[in-house]
Design a protein around this ligand. Structure first.
Ligand SMILES: [Zn+2]
Length: 347
């Protein structure tokens, strides 16, 4: 089994400069002498104390699987002994994939907490045609959480991080459903990690994220929860404990509507559909996610009623072989329409 990453939270100071010094110290403690540093604009200050064989590399917005492989090759040729990624989800995903291609370890230093890929062994990186693809990569050896950096992140990214975690209890039900049908076996340790992940954030779900964002306690809980969710996936070797029908819906939004919001925000919207399919109270759930600043209505994602029906019909194709409450419902166009009207009325 893969090893779990070590997680360090730096919160003893108000200054990001102090985090930067601590990060460089921790990288050295890992025995890393020549890191290839990958950072985006938000990670520049935090990466400023790191030095390696090359200057900091910046992934461009269109970095794809080729870009990741090229970066891995560059790291090898430069004699780097690890890749340190300081940035958002894209930056960390590219680093995890580049490291997998080059056989190096990764240190992940998120500058925002927008999804649970921070420490998962999976990278979501576009292919040649710009379609997002989930690929096996390496899980980071160390995740360094800098609270002074995260308090300045946009609240939309923290909302999305919370949105991604809302999936966990539903994903577990989907996993149990697949097990009931004799299609898969659940893994108790991965299950428990996913439950624990959601528990960490539960107390913060009724407070608007904009209000919580400057609260280091909230950021720490969110970071812990996202890391635990990644660990659940490392443990099971699949995304199962954190990804069910709601993720299929988010993937279908990416594939057919070009992506309308951050991953975690789309996942939160997908959760509304799972909640309905499990015959639970969608209006309470919608109210909760609206308070968190997440999309609760198709129009929040610029989707019409017909788009949403199409989405429900196309979502199972995004994960062939995965059985969730959506595959169990086996929707045809009529049933999909009835479901959409049941949740959102005629509008
Ligand atoms: Zn996710």
């Amino acid at each position: 089994m893969n090893e779990f990453p070590q997680v360090l939270v730096f919160e003893s100071s108000e200054k990001e400069e102090d985090s930067a010094v601590e990060l460089a110290r921790q990288v050295a403690v890992q025995g890393i002498e020549a890191p290839l540093v990958l950072c985006n604009i938000h990670g520049k200050r935090l990466a400023s104390e790191l030095s390696g064989p090359l200057g900091p590399q910046t992934p461009d917005g269109s970095a794809d699987q080729h870009g990741a492989a090229a970066l891995g090759g560059l790291a090898r040729r430069a004699g780097a002994d690890a890749i340190v990624a300081v940035g958002g989800g894209r930056c960390i995903d590219i680093a995890k994939l580049a490291a997998a291609r080059a056989g190096l370890t990764v240190i992940a230093v998120p500058t925002q907490l927008s999804h649970d890929g921070i420490c998962s062994p999976v990278s979501v990186v576009p292919d040649d045609e710009g379609r997002a693809q989930s690929l096996g990569a390496v899980a980071p050896r160390l995740v360094f959480i800098s609270i002074p950096t995260l308090v300045d992140a946009p609240h939309a990214s923290a909302s999305a991080g919370v949105g991604d975690l809302l999936a966990n209890p539903l994903a577990l039900r989907d996993w149990a459903l697949a097990a009931e049908h004799g299609l898969e076996e659940t893994d108790q340790r991965a299950w428990d990690l996913s439950v624990e992940s959601f528990q960490r954030i539960k107390a913060h779900l009724d407070v608007p994220v904009q209000e919580s964002l400057r609260d280091p306690e909230f950021l720490r809980a969110l970071a812990d929860a996202l890391v635990l969710s990644g660990m659940a996936m490392i443990c099971s070797g699949t995304s199962r404990p954190a990804s069910g029908a709601e993720h299929e819906i988010s993937h279908a939004i990416d594939r057919h509507f070009g992506g309308r919001a951050l991953h975690g925000a789309q996942v939160a919207f997908g959760c509304v559909i799972s909640v309905a399919l499990y015959d639970e109270d969608t209006s309470a759930f919608r109210g909760r996610i609206a308070r968190l600043g997440l999309p609760e209505h198709p129009s929040d994602l610029g989707l019409s009623k017909e788009d949403t029906i199409e989405l429900l019909l196309r979502a199972p194709e995004t994960r062939p072989g995965r059985f969730t409450v959506l595959e169990d419902a086996d929707l045809d166009r009529g049933k999909a329409r009835a479901l959409v009207e049941h949740i959102w009325g005629d509008s």
